[in-house]
Design a binder for this molecule. Structure first.
Ligand code: GDP
Length: 444
């Protein structure tokens, strides 16, 4: 997970305020140093870090005291608010014309994942019930056109190209016209990438822009490049005028600096993030949820969204309500793990659960094995035991019976009951943190 390092270092900052009665200029010095170091290690640029830490200091010592928070919680809240602000505060949804075809122009340096992102975006829009056409404008690399065509076949979306043309603006123009004629809701125009920023590429992008008048001009950047990604957004914006950025490879061991710097450095919002090589590895970018993830609270809301995409909406809603209530029981747990199995990579889902963000791959495999074990044990429970998990905490004889029935030891059953109890507790504390309102965002 991209933010592991960051959230572990930030954790140290809060710890230092534990037991203090208030935040003052003296006792906040060390925590601020930790925050500064954590952000620099995450590859956020120095000027951004300086401004950030200064704002946090002012607010933490200043008047914005929230009643009922301890000093360490107060600092988490200030940092959370500032992180959200740093990333643009509000989500910035993709433009959509009320009438006619919305034109999305995609730009980016080679290898950042631009072409893959065109396919992901097409697939995402289709899942929202929109019709999409893609246009391949790379006149230098026939392989890039083939790649887009293959993606188009996989998502079931037409791809427009003109193999004999050497004029990107003309291809773009004709492609957009074809999309309009086909009454597509969106047309995604993929342009040629270069290895580095050069004036020819910028000119070509300006020409294509003039030819198709896009509603969105999105620059795709690679999260692994850290603060450099933010500078690339800034320089493209200066030459071609962007409407936003898309961050790819946020699943890798990028340290988070790009997500934190793009908006602050360039003034352009991040609209989407790519979190893997599969076509479904796309998420909308929400500053508040990203802040929650950075602070290590697990991104429950993103999990809800993915769950909703994968299962019947009413099932997901009901399950979420149960997760957020005190009633979450073994039946819900079974249903949840079945849903998760349908959500693609188990590990990417697990990492979004509260308290799970620091999990390693080995622990992940162990967890998957545990899940299988859990399922076998739950199968040996009576209906009463499934719906009132607490009876198992109190009754060794029931645990012994389940152990025999499922082919496990009593210790294993006890461990499972304890793990389940811990999970329920984490879910409850998350609800409390959000003021009992599951849809209120991730601000602690
Ligand atoms: P382009 O040159 O910018 O069009 O880049 P491609 O779309 O061809 O992608 C370059 C490489 O990055 C490919 O191997 C992709 O599978 C990979 N890639 C793209 N997006 C992601 C992502 O979000 N996560 C990871 N891990 N890999 C990605």
């Amino acid at each position: 997970e991209a933010f592991d390092g960051l959230n572990q270092s930030l954790e140290k900052a809060w710890q230092k305020l534990k037991g203090e009665s208030a935040i003052n200029k003296e006792n906040v010095k060390e925590p601020l140093r930790d925050i500064r170091r954590a952000l620099l290690e995450a590859d956020v640029s120095l000027p951004v870090v300086r401004r950030f830490v200064k704002r946090v200091e002012e607010k933490a010592i200043g008047t914005d005291v929230t009643v009922g928070l301890k000093p360490d919680q107060q600092l988490v809240k200030v940092v959370s608010d500032e992180l959200i602000g740093l990333m643009g505060t509000e989500a910035s949804p993709l433009a959509e014309r009320g009438f006619g075809t919305t034109v999305v122009l995609m730009a980016g340096l080679q290898g950042v994942g631009k072409t893959t992102m065109c396919g992901k975006l097409a697939s995402y829009l289709q899942s929202q019930g929109k019709s999409v056409t893609m246009v391949a404008c790379d006149v230098y690399r026939p392989a890039a056109v083939d790649q887009l065509q293959t993606l188009g076949e996989r998502v079931g979306c037409p791809v427009f190209s003109l193999p004999d043309s050497k004029d990107p603006s003309d291809i773009a123009k004709q492609g957009v016209k074809a999309a309009r004629d086909a009454k597509a809701d969106y047309v995604i125009v993929d342009t040629a990438g270069r290895l580095a920023i050069d004036e020819d590429m910028m000119q070509e992008l300006r020409d294509v822009r003039k030819a198709v008048k896009p509603d969105e001009t999105l620059l795709v950047v690679d999260a692994m490049t850290g603060q450099e990604a933010a500078r690339v957004v800034q320089s493209f914006d200066e030459s071609v005028e962007l409407t936003g950025a898309i961050l790819t490879k946020l699943d890798g061991d990028s340290r988070g600096g790009a997500a934190l710097s793009v908006y602050e450095v360039s003034g352009k919002p991040i609209k989407f993030v790519g979190v893997g090589e599969k076509l479904t590895d796309l998420e909308q970018f929400y500053p508040d949820r990203m802040a929650g993830r950075i602070l290590g609270m697990g991104d429950v809301l993103t999990l809800v969204e993915r769950t909703e995409a994968a299962v019947e909406e009413k099932d997901a809603e009901r399950l979420m309500k149960r997760m957020m209530s005190n009633e979450f029981d073994f039946n819900d747990f079974l249903e949840q793990s079945k849903m998760m199995a349908g959500l693609g990579s188990m590990s990417s889902v697990m990492k979004m659960l509260p308290g799970m963000s620091g999990i390693t791959n080995d622990q992940m495999r162990e967890t998957e094995k545990n899940l299988k074990r859990f399922e076998a044990m739950i199968a040996s429970m009576t209906e009463a035991e499934r719906t009132s998990p607490d009876v198992l905490v109190r009754s060794p004889s029931r645990r012994a019976r389940i152990a025999r029935g499922s082919g496990h030891t009593e210790n294993e059953v006890s461990a499972m009951v304890a793990t389940f109890g811990g999970m329920r507790k984490r879910m409850r504390s998350l609800v409390n943190m959000m003021g009992g309102n599951a849809s209120a965002g991730m601000t602690p």
